[in-house]
Design a protein around this ligand. Structure first.
Ligand code: IPE
Ligand code: IPE
Ligand code: MG
Length: 248
């Protein structure tokens, strides 16, 4: 049986989050520049988007550039920004054709005007799509997001719009960049690193983690299928006992 046939389509995650890591090492292993690895990474992303759309996954969040990544050498940061613009230029028509909606989370105020306007343009052009919601985490970190949420909530409280007693987990979530998006059930990180690197800390309270040694440019449809098959073998207890789950 092929990997895709082993997937139970009745139990697909509604939201998959991916930390696309290992582009630099992939390139270095081949005696190439790290930037070459980032270009190859775009090809892997394209495949994973295609596979997710085919499987009818609702939301796919990809970590493209973290707040901490601003601290990389200037040439690398600017190459990554160029790759972002180039990818949006090349892929916007394909997104529209495949009914894929682009959205973003992150501090877009830190992006240069041309990167920001290209991103906003594609978000606008794809806003009517009803298929896969592709969420790009760009200039994103979870602590930035939570701090912003706390700031907005504090300002609503001080303006008398919100009663502090009424704050719940549920309405706090609506202050996050991911408001309205279900928490990811599955998070994949490539390249063998076993850490979260400031990604969706609030949203991943009960997410299943899947780590693979595969470097991001080598990740593709089959690798995604493997992660989903592994996810489907797990028992998600949410603090309850196995017996309680069986009783249902
Ligand atoms: C992931 O690959 C892409 C970004 C963080 C932008 P890396 O560039 O982190 O690659 P490694 O981890 O150095 O191999
Ligand atoms: C995380 O990868 C961020 C992205 C994939 C965009 P990093 O390569 O920046 O993470 P660390 O520094 O190894 O934790
Ligand atoms: Mg890395």
């Amino acid at each position: 049986m092929s990997l895709s046939e082993q997937i139970n389509t009745d139990r697909l995650p509604e939201h998959i989050a991916i930390i696309m890591d290992g582009n630099g090492r992939w390139a270095r292993q081949r005696g190439m520049d790290r930037i070459f690895g980032h270009h190859q990474g775009v090809k892997a992303l394209r495949e994973v988007i295609e596979a997710s759309a085919e499987l009818k996954i609702g939301h796919l969040t990809v970590y493209a550039f973290s707040t901490e990544n601003w601290g990389r050498p200037d040439e690398e940061v600017s190459a990554l920004m160029d790759i972002m613009v180039e990818s949006l230029n090349n892929e916007t028509d394909t997104l529209i054709k495949n009914n894929i909606r682009l959205s973003s989370i992150g501090d877009t105020g830190r992006l240069s005007a041309d990167v920001r306007s290209r991103l906003m343009e594609t978000i606008k052009l794809t806003s009517g799509a009803t298929g896969l919601n592709l969420i790009v985490a760009m200039s994103y970190s979870s602590r930035w997001e939570m701090t912003e949420a706390a700031r907005k909530l504090a300002s609503d409280i001080s303006a008398g719009r919100v009663d502090p007693e009424s704050v719940t987990e549920f309405n706090f979530s609506s202050y996050l960049a991911t408001a309205g998006i279900p928490d990811p059930e599955l998070m994949i990180r490539t390249s063998g690193e076993m850490r979260i690197s400031n990604f969706l800390l609030w949203q991943m309270a009960y997410t299943e983690f899947y780590f693979t040694d595969i470097l991001w440019p080598d990740f593709g449809k089959e690798e995604l299928y493997k992660a989903i098959i592994d996810f489907q073998k797990r028992e998600r207890r949410f603090g309850k006992t196995s017996e309680q789950l069986l009783d249902k």
